[in-house]
Write a protein that binds this ligand. Structure first.
Ligand code: AMP
Length: 559
């Protein structure tokens, strides 16, 4: 049987990531640790099978494209512009501070200023994958702080696109002028201008032509009635635009994909359908962590422990502190500032590219690259801990709403309820809000758990006590005082998450009445296994209601 390196990489990468991820889950640490470890195992610094690093990087890049596409789907141009006042200066100042710190360390280590510059820049950019995962996992993407973090990321991304063209030009000019067109200053200005012009051209093409052509194309495909074709079209658009952005306009893959997603954001139907195609993204994002793990050379821990500690201090403390100060200076709440700081306290793919470029051009000593790689893996490992710490701090902190901030999109403190004998309602969407209205009418005390701002506000208006957050999170559930509750109604669409909620609730209160919504027989069975008292399968209810219409037993209602 013959197989190539791609199959070996995919099988080893995904297989081991699963095994180590599951192990990490069992040990109650972040699955990221497992994925990174899987990478170390298939990497060149440990004995046994060695996967193809180049392939791993390319697969990880596809993960970045799909992730950014997914983010774009939830982002409108308006969202992006609404955070520019803080994201642009924030990212610029933070990049400057981190770069200066990196240059300082380079100077201490006796490197040239140019080496320090590349090193500092590499430490100044956060990894898209790590940041987005952290935001997704904690459901922060649709909050104001999530938007600021994403806007910040986009600015960093743009800055790196510029850095990647400027560094070779400057290095060329320093070496004797043949790398830059014309005299030093002019050559640099020219390179910058051309790059910015290309970025602007890309954005213009997307906003003018892409905005018309892409939704049109998707709607056309939707009318063919083939789901397969539709999914292919979405993938082709995400990958095609990202590739085109990189090949034609010199823009990063990530930025291209983000714009492709953002354009689809405007047509709700295609957006919803496009989301269906995103499970692929999770698999590829996992491969990103595997590819990072592969780069880790443990010998750096003994070769340069002090330099590594200083590098880590810049990534974890220096960058965070700078981000925190900037966000605070803009009058945002301390919770927002801490979230942004924690999101950015890591480095990843762009840092590797910069380090590779620096070493390739003979600017950066290889120890610099080793420090960047080790700094990346360690900071990615520590990142989930930072968030856990953050979530410990923020609830006790008074979240100060400022005039600029949208207070309703801020996560309020998780205050335990004082209600007893109450009904807890999880999810306040199409299903939950109808139940809420009924509960309100009956005057029964109820508490709603929601992880989106708008439904949460609606619940509050309907007279419910509210908790903002993912109901599957034990801390959130604890605040709902299930031990003293009368009933729990779980009306969220995801059966796995609903199962987690039900299971924890059953453990907290064996006598609790638990009613849940299901969408399949298997889903209903799973919920019963987790401890639900009763389930309602929505599709069956729909079928019966339609049948009643057919039989003339009920009149059609238009809503
Ligand atoms: P619908 O399908 O329209 O009834 O909406 C479901 C609602 O549940 C939406 O408003 C979601 O924001 C909310 N939701 C989904 N998952 C969770 C979760 N894990 N925790 C809290 N709210 C959730």
């Amino acid at each position: 049987m013959h197989f190539g390196p791609l199959i070996a990489m995919l099988v080893a990468g995904i297989g081991l990531a699963f095994v180590f991820g599951a192990l990490a889950h069992r040990l109650r640490v972040s699955p990221l640790v497992g994925y990174l470890l899987a990478g170390v195992v298939v990497g060149p610094f440990t004995p046994g099978f060695v996967a193809d690093q180049q392939l791993a990087n390319e697969l990880a890049e596809i993960g970045v494209i799909l992730l950014m596409f997914g983010v774009g789907l939830h982002f409108s141009l308006k969202d992006l512009l609404s955070v520019k006042a803080i994201a642009v200066p924030g990212a610029v100042v933070q990049i400057t501070v981190a770069t200066l710190m990196g240059m300082g360390l380079g100077w201490v280590l006796g490197w040239t200023p140019m080496a320090g510059l590349v090193f500092g820049l590499a430490l100044s950019v956060a990894s898209t994958v790590v940041l987005l995962r952290a935001l997704h996992e904690r459901r922060l993407m649709e909050t104001e702080r999530g938007r600021i973090a994403v806007g910040w990321l986009i600015v960093e991304d743009l800055a790196m696109v510029l850095a990647l063209v400027v560094i070779p030009a400057v290095a060329g000019a320093l070496k004797g002028g043949d790398g830059a067109a014309g005299p030093f200053g002019l050559g640099l200005a020219w390179v910058l201008l051309v790059t910015l012009g290309k970025v602007a051209a890309f954005v213009a093409v997307m906003l003018i032509a892409g905005r018309r052509v892409i939704p049109w194309l998707l709607h056309w495909v939707a009318h063919t009635g083939s789901r397969e074709l539709f999914r292919l079209a979405v993938l082709a658009i995400a990958l095609g635009v990202a590739f085109g952005a990189a090949a034609l306009f010199g823009v990063s893959f990530a930025l291209g994909a983000f714009f492709a997603g953002m354009i689809l954001n405007e047509s709700p139907l295609s957006q919803r359908a496009a989301e269906e195609t995103l499970p692929l993204r999770d698999a590829f994002a996992v491969l990103f962590f595997v590819s990072v793990g592969m780069l880790f050379d443990p010998s750096i821990l003994v070769r340069a422990p002090l330099a590594l500690a200083a590098t880590l201090a810049i990534i974890l403390a220096g960058k965070s502190l700078a981000a925190w100060l900037i966000v605070r200076a803009f009058g945002r709440s301390s919770g927002t500032a801490l979230t942004i700081a924690a999101s950015l306290a890591q480095i990843g793919e762009f840092s590797f590219i910069l380090a590779g470029l620096g070493v390739g051009m003979g600017i950066l000593p290889t120890i610099g690259q080793d420090l960047i790689l080790a700094g990346a893996i360690l900071s990615i490992l520590v990142n989930p801990l930072l968030f856990t710490l953050l979530f410990r701090i923020v609830p006790v902190e008074e979240v100060v709403a400022t005039p600029n901030a949208a207070p309703e999109t801020e996560a309020p403190a998780l205050e335990p309820t004082t209600l007893t004998n109450h009904t807890v309602l999880v999810g306040y969407g199409r299903v939950g809000s109808v139940i809420g209205a009924g509960l309100k009418e009956s005057g029964a005390p109820f508490l709603v758990i929601e992880d989106r701002a708008a439904p949460l506000q609606a619940a509050r208006t309907d007279g419910a006590e509210v908790l903002f957050g993912n109901a599957a999170d034990p801390q959130v559930l604890e605040a709902a005082n299930l031990a003293a509750a009368q009933r729990l109604i779980v009306v969220i669409p995801d059966a796995f998450e609903a199962g987690q909620v039900v299971e924890q609730a059953r453990a907290a209160n064996p006598a609790l009445e638990i009613l849940a919504r299901a969408h399949s027989d298997a889903g209903a069975e799973h919920l019963h296994d987790c401890g639900a008292t009763g389930t309602v399968m929505s599709e069956q209810v729909i079928a019966h209601a339609l049948l009643r219409l057919v039989r003339g037993e009920a009149a059609a209602v238009r809503n």
